[in-house]
Design a protein around this ligand. Structure first.
Ligand code: GDP
Ligand code: CO
Length: 397
């Protein structure tokens, strides 16, 4: 794969925020007659390097009642050497959709000789293990894991830790194009290889997100991402005193990071999760507030934003869904101790102009699940170990 080299990097405390790097070509061949690393502003990431990182990577697929064909396509696009972890919150009645997902995953794994795990979000044994770890905020009144993509992501993270992976990446299950899933994961591997620090995160920017209404329009920026990015940039500018537009992936659902970093971040419920990760990185490592762990401050943190070649084709879930996403995302910025008055005003004015909010009283703080490093992960592992086999996609009942 060829990717633009990180040509422009802004620093915010210990965080090295790299500007967008485009994928130049999806494959770079076997021969290595290319000038060394970085020549001509392009980095060649060898196939061996990509494979080396894929082996250490767990790819988590959160899914809730998506069309089975889409789910099948998504899992078929995940590189062979990655461990797939599906966390499903799909209905089990009247039709057992979870069963259908498990069967599809089982079939693919059997035919292609690979390993995968699949867990239902409402699995009572998993809930018990989470309780044992002291991760109570993840549970609802019934003692089961709460609804929400973020909560599914946390289960995936704990499973990745259990499987002793070093990296974790997320891909949504509602993607129409298996080829773009393959590209996302290759980008994750490419970014890890470019990171200088063991604390690394990569967020995907889509080349285009086509809209189909009559004809096809290849739209680049959506309303939600544009607004979220603007508020992020206002937050950074207010702290550094230099206006910036460095953040272009505030909402990125497709993203990946080292587990070392993943364990240090809190996970906000619902669609606040991805923006909250960035907010927390800036809070802990941006240098304005008391710092997170010394080791991160020593190594720094590499944040990559990489633009795909493939367009993003996914299920459109309507205006209400988008408004919810905007509100959840901006509330993470608004309620951060980093947020200054001007950014707060910007958030409120954007939300009222877009008719998402009537008054600022309606901007509730997100529900935050503590960083996994603050719970007893070993207790979770001890409890899960005895039954881990039953979550394997190859397990037959
Ligand atoms: P968007 O693509 O960010 O607009 O949001 P989606 O509604 O498409 O959700 C992203 C992914 O999370 C999809 O694969 C959904 O099926 C999945 N998802 C949504 N809600 C839940 C949930 O409660 N639990 C799990 N495990 N996955 C969910
Ligand atoms: Co989607």
């Amino acid at each position: 794969m060829y990717v633009e080299s990180p040509r422009y990097t802004e620093r915010f405390g210990s965080v090295r925020i790299n500007d967008i790097q485009k994928v130049i070509a999806l494959d770079s061949g076997l021969k290595t007659e290319i000038p060394p690393h970085g020549a001509m502003g392009v980095v060649k990431i060898c196939e061996d390097t990509i494979k080396k990182f894929e082996e250490k990577l767990a790819v988590v697929v959160p899914v809730k009642n998506e069309k089975l064909k889409l789910f099948e396509g998504v899992i078929s696009g995940i590189p062979h050497d990655c461990l797939i972890i599906v966390v499903s919150n799909s209905h089990r009645e009247p039709v057992d959709r979870f069963r259908m997902e498990r069967d599809a995953l089982n079939q693919m794994c059997r035919y292609t000789y690979r390993q995968a795990y699949i867990v239902h979000q409402k699995d009572s044994f998993v809930a018990e293990a989470i309780k044992k770890a002291g991760y109570d905020e993840l549970l609802d009144e019934d003692g089961l894991v709460r609804d929400g993509k973020a909560e599914g992501m946390v289960i995936g993270l704990l499973m990745a830790k259990l499987a002793e992976k070093e990296y974790i990446g997320f891909v949504d299950a509602d993607n129409y194009s298996p080829g773009s899933i393959l590209e996302y994961v290759r980008i994750y591997a490419a970014a890890f290889s470019m990171g200088k620090s063991p604390y690394v995160m990569v967020r995907i920017l889509w080349h285009y997100k086509p809209k189909f209404s009559g004809g096809t329009y290849f739209k680049k920026w959506g309303r939600v991402s544009e607004t979220t990015n603007r508020c992020f940039n206002s937050l950074i500018s207010s702290r550094t005193g230099f206006e910036t537009n460095i953040i272009k992936t505030g909402n990125a659902g497709e993203h990946a990071m080292s587990l070392k970093l993943a364990e240090l971040l809190p996970y906000a419920s619902g669609y606040a999760v991805e923006p909250q990760e960035l907010v927390s990185i800036f809070e802990q490592f941006g240098g304005s507030l008391p710092s997170g762990p010394d080791d991160v401050v020593r190594h720094g943190l590499d944040l990559f934003q990489i633009e795909t070649r493939n367009p993003h084709l996914h299920e459109e879930k309507g205006t209400e869904h988008l408004n919810g996403m905007l509100l959840d995302g901006l509330s993470t910025i608004y309620h951060s101790p980093l947020c200054d008055r001007e950014t707060k005003q910007l958030i409120i004015s954007q939300l009222t102009a877009q008719k998402t909010l009537k008054s600022k009283k309606e901007l509730p703080a997100p529900h935050i699940n503590r960083p996994p490093s603050q719970v007893d992960i070993r207790e979770f592992a001890r409890h899960m170990d005895s039954r881990l086999e039953t979550y394997s996609a190859l397990h037959e009942e």
